[in-house]
Design a protein around this ligand. Structure first.
Ligand code: FDP
Length: 333
């Protein structure tokens, strides 16, 4: 046992750095049985069920230059709208979600349940779904009945699903340390169709891998221009898809690296704190990494409205410190 900073704030709590009950190969229900908060487990399980369906919806969509659509009853629906409906239905059916809000419908909606408020981005990367790049779903779960006036610091759980050659879902929840990757098994084995834990993340090391989002901001954000120059001069490896989910998930999988999406006067920050920035910050920080809007952890950005946006950096602690020093808070809105 060790004293570790809690995800809830600067308080320190007694918690094991690694939970030895969490082992590779365990199924989702075995993992969720480890939490004492049964309602939280139900909300998280609902998101896993929904993302399994969304993965299928993405895989079977047909795309042209304008949009990707899928058959839904006798209607053709854009795949991001279909994903949004799927997630809302799963959360409603769980009975534990009181309020829901999605990037598609950025209002606080009554979902009829008891305990949690859930925010989700049903299909992040809508501009790259037609090109068949990896896209994803992001979600955050808060206790209570509101999604405004909260911060990421108060999250109970968060996750991101990646719909790529494989479907995976990376999740973290209070009460279980670390961030954990589950794979949707698709090999006709006894585990076919199940979510199985493939790895757990507890540390993010320093390493030369960069994902430079909103690169056009380098034209009028001199700090960002210098930071990109620093990465290039120091021969960092470029790994950037233009999808925030795969671009951030790689920091966990590779155990190193940095993702940045700063603002500038002509290219302001567009990533939404409620649906994207805060949940991913929770996943990265609980895996031993850091996040920042240029001056503070992204978990501390106030969320006065569902639409609030922020510049952001995620990665190892050293990389995020460099972002704070070189880019800083100058273009925080
Ligand atoms: P998209 O607009 O394709 O949905 O959150 C939105 C997002 O994608 C992120 O996934 C991605 O990192 C970012 O926007 C990319 O934005 P730019 O295309 O403006 O660089």
């Amino acid at each position: 046992m060790s004293m570790a900073p809690s995800a809830e704030g600067s308080r320190t709590v007694q918690m094991p750095k690694i939970d030895e009950r969490v082992v590779e190969g365990m199924r989702l229900h075995e993992f969720l049985a480890l939490t004492t908060d049964k309602e939280l487990a139900e909300a998280v399980e609902a998101m896993f069920m929904a993302c399994k369906v969304v993965g299928y919806e993405v895989r079977t969509a047909s795309c042209n230059k304008e949009e990707c659509v899928n058959a839904f009853g006798d209607q053709q629906l854009a795949v991001d709208l279909l994903a949004d409906r799927t997630i809302e239905a799963a959360l409603r059916a769980s009975g534990v979600v009181a309020i829901g809000s999605s990037e598609e419908q950025p209002i606080e909606k009554d979902l009829g349940g008891t305990t949690f408020a859930v925010a989700w981005d049903p299909l992040d990367g809508s501009s790259i779904v037609d090109t068949n790049f990896s896209v994803g779903t992001i979600f955050g779960i808060w206790r209570g009945k509101r999604l405004t006036g909260v911060t990421g610091r108060e999250l109970e759980a968060a996750g991101m699903a990646v719909y790529g050659p494989r479907t995976s879902l990376t999740v973290s929840l209070n009460g279980l340390p670390g961030t954990h990757e589950f794979l949707l098994v698709d090999n006709f084995s006894g585990n076919h169709g199940m979510w199985v834990l493939v790895q757990s993340f507890y540390t993010i090391n320093e390493g030369k891998l960069f994902a430079p989002g909103n690169l056009k901001a380098t034209q009028d954000n001199p700090g960002y221009a210098k930071l990109v120059q620093y990465w290039m001069e120091n021969k960092y490896q470029l790994r950037y898809t233009g999808g925030m989910v795969p671009d951030c998930n790689q920091i966990l999988i590779k155990g190193k690296g940095v993702f940045a999406n700063p603002g500038s006067p002509s290219a302001p920050a567009k990533l939404r704190v409620l649906y994207e920035v805060a949940p991913i910050a929770y996943l990265i920080e609980r895996a031993g990494g850091a996040s920042s809007d240029g001056e503070r952890s992204a978990l501390d950005i106030p969320i006065p409205s569902t639409d609030i946006r922020s510049q952001i950096c995620y990665g190892s602690k050293g990389e995020v410190a460099r972002f704070n020093e070189m880019v800083g808070k100058r273009y925080i809105k």
